[in-house]
Design a protein around this ligand. Structure first.
Ligand code: CP
Length: 302
């Protein structure tokens, strides 16, 4: 991993995932406040973010490093017409590593080909969100005490939700069984279903999920991604597709956990927040440890 970019979750191997999870656990239990001292991370957010950007900032500053960058394209010279190519070339001169979020699918791969330093993809359009996946794996491992042979239920916007695309690819290394629950307009794209079929993994597609709650080890809820719709009428049709409520959990397995990359809109009722199944706020905290571990591995810091 030393010196490598993390653009797609498949850039790293199963062994890499497990090494990152071990290191994240170590950072959670034994923080290393000086590990990033003298390191500068560039944070280029062309799209809005709360968790990803701030947990990267927290991860770097808690380890003694510095983070520089912009939180929206409008405060950068992109507004003057500067290209992504030039922006990456310039910021590469100032940092040891770049974390980038961009609306265009493939932008992070392009940046990694242009940059002289590693790129971490913090989300490229509807494509991939690999650091979210690392914190999701960490959360699943912590709550289920394993990653192998789990029944994973992905719910919501499976078409545009980049977090479910990355998570599916990573969990395919651990012999998961998948249930995909979405409106018919927002089904899991064929490319990801073929990815599973080529690995001999099972999945089922549903439009309702009341009946499959009892089978799930993890229910991974997602928001309908308003910003990816070209037609607002299509968004209106699907935006309230699911609303998880407490009474729907009565037949759930005792150890089942509800994850959500957040932000939520209305797909998880707030009455769920106080249930033992709710894990999404701790999941977001886990992002700090997972991102510390990813940065440490990529920068080759011990
Ligand atoms: N999970 C996630 O990517 O959240 P933000 O958009 O707030 O970064």
């Amino acid at each position: 991993m030393n010196g490598k970019s993390l653009v797609s979750i498949t850039d790293f191997s199963k062994e890499n995932y497990l090494e990152i999870l071990d290191l994240a656990k170590e950072f959670e239990s034994r923080p290393n406040p000086d590990l990033f001292r003298g390191k500068v991370v560039g944070s280029l957010f062309f799209e809005p973010s709360t968790r990803t950007r701030l947990s990267f900032e927290s991860a770097v500053t808690r380890m003694g490093g510095r983070i520089i960058g912009f939180t929206e394209a409008s405060s950068s010279s992109v507004t003057k017409g500067e290209t992504l190519y030039d922006t990456i070339k310039i910021v590469s001169n100032y940092c040891d590593l770049i974390v980038m979020r961009h609306a265009m699918e493939g932008s992070a791969r392009y940046a990694s080909e242009v940059a002289s330093i590693p790129i971490i993809n913090a989300g490229d359009g509807a494509n991939q969100h690999p650091t979210q996946t690392m914190l999701d794996l960490y959360s699943i491992q912590k709550t289920q005490n394993k990653l192998e042979n789990l029944n994973i239920c992905l719910v919501g916007d499976l078409k545009y939700g980049r977090t479910v695309h990355s998570l599916l690819m990573a969990m395919s290394e651990f012999n998961s069984t998948f249930h995909f629950v979405s409106p018919k307009e927002l089904k899991m794209p064929m490319v990801y279903k073929l990815f599973l079929e080529n690995r001999g993994l099972k999945y089922e597609e549903h439009t309702e999920f009341n009946d499959i709650v009892k089978e799930a080890d993890v229910i991974y809820m997602t928001r309908v991604q308003k910003e990816r719709f070209s037609d607002p009428i299509e968004y209106e049709k699907t935006k309230n597709a699911y609303n998880l409520k407490k009474d729907m959990l009565k037949n759930a397995k005792p150890g089942m956990k509800i994850l959500h990359p957040l932000p939520r809109v209305n797909e998880i009722h707030t009455e769920i927040d106080s249930t033992p199944q709710a894990y999404y706020f701790t999941q977001a905290l886990n992002g700090v440890f997972a991102r510390q571990a990813i940065i440490a591995k990529i920068l080759g810091l011990k």
